[in-house]
Design a protein around this ligand. Structure first.
Ligand code: ZN
Ligand code: ZN
Length: 348
């Protein structure tokens, strides 16, 4: 089968960017009882995938397979997987991580901190083999193309949990990328009185407005602090930093209202740090700053909400699997929303 591999990672010494290629590799097959073999329909490129190319945030030995956002159709499965309610032909997606289930973190309901996590990020391929506990049905009303955005939606749902947004509060989303556009819709449906999004790209601002933002801010041509003061007085109750800029993360601490929450959910390049005035920005204003990487506890709840948001306009380009290198070039050059690979499965 064909699969996307990172064949070279970013070289800090020379500045040479990383590279991906579509390789011919063995098709995985069902061996264990709880294995599920999925014919991949669509696999999306994540903002985090860009770090394989443009910096050395991840340092895996090459070549390694890429992709963790996908949809597909079950081709084969073991008996234990079938006993869990899966069958051939089912439309599914999956979580690329699987926790051990028995460590201290897992047993206390904090699976994201599992000490023995199993990872399979190889979804940008014609097939992926996962354990039944990693597989989730895509809601009936959702197409396979839309289903490829289920994993980032789970992350957006996790960010909303962290945000603890209350009815009538205000929320600013810094960086209206694909997760930002989902957050706009979730903030609206959670009863925010004011939803603002900031983005450098005009089309992202326009889409945020179309998907329910009250205000879209251009941070390059508008003074975001001034706009925040005009819109809210003391600041936004919630600021979610999803742009990946450490300068924006620093600024978020000035845009949040006293008692408010800042959620940092970007993959900041290695070594990025910010200066914080601990007393003035945090102590006296009682600001909560929290992070979010994955959101394993949200998959089941996300299944119930996914059909209620519109992800179609978030998909900006669909490439055939064979054109993955071009898709990655587009991802790295920025400005796109979701770029998706058509992997050919499920009669996609
Ligand atoms: Zn992702
Ligand atoms: Zn564990």
């Amino acid at each position: 089968m064909r699969a996307v591999y990172v064949t070279r990672t970013f070289d800090r010494q020379t500045g040479l960017p990383g590279e991906v290629a579509v390789l011919e590799v063995d098709k995985p097959r069902v061996v264990a009882d709880d294995d599920v073999l999925i014919e991949v329909a669509y696999a999306a490129l994540c903002g985090s995938d860009a770090h394989f190319i443009s910096d050395d945030l991840f340092d895996f030995p090459v070549p390694f397979p890429a992709g963790h956002e996908f949809s597909g159709v079950i081709e084969d499965l073991g008996s234990a997987a079938a006993a869990k309610g899966f069958a051939r032909g089912d439309k599914v997606t999956g979580d690329f991580v699987l926790e051990c289930g028995h460590c201290e973190a897992c047993r206390s309901g904090r699976r994201q901190f599992c000490a023995e996590v199993f990872v399979n990020g190889s979804a940008q391929a014609e097939y992926i083999l996962l354990k039944a506990d990693q597989v989730y049905h895509i809601p009936e009303k959702v197409s396979l193309l839309e289903g490829a955005l289920f994993e980032p939606f789970v992350i957006a749902a996790g960010a909303m949990d962290k945000a603890r947004l209350q009815l009538g509060q205000s929320m600013l989303i810094v960086g209206a990328g694909s997760i930002g556009q989902m957050l706009v819709q979730l903030a609206r449906s959670c009863g925010a009185a004011l939803v603002a999004a900031s983005a450098r790209t005009a089309s992202k601002r326009e889409l945020a407005l179309r998907l329910g933002a009250d205000v879209a801010i251009d941070p390059q041509h508008e003074d975001i602090r001034l706009r925040t003061a005009e819109l809210t007085g003391q600041g936004f109750d919630v600021v979610i930093e999803a742009s990946g800029s450490s300068a924006a993360a620093a600024e978020a601490l000035d845009l949040v209202a006293p008692g408010g929450t800042v959620v940092l959910m970007s993959y900041y390049p290695p070594g990025q740090s910010i200066e914080v005035d601990l007393f003035r920005q945090i102590v006296t204003r009682e600001v909560t700053v929290t992070g979010l990487q994955l959101s394993q506890n949200n998959w089941h709840r996300a299944q119930k909400m996914f059909a209620r948001i519109d992800v179609k306009p978030i998909i900006s380009k669909v490439y055939p699997l064979s054109e993955a290198p071009q898709a990655y070039a587009d991802l790295v050059s920025g400005g796109q929303l979701k770029i998706v690979l058509d992997c050919g499965g499920g009669a996609s």
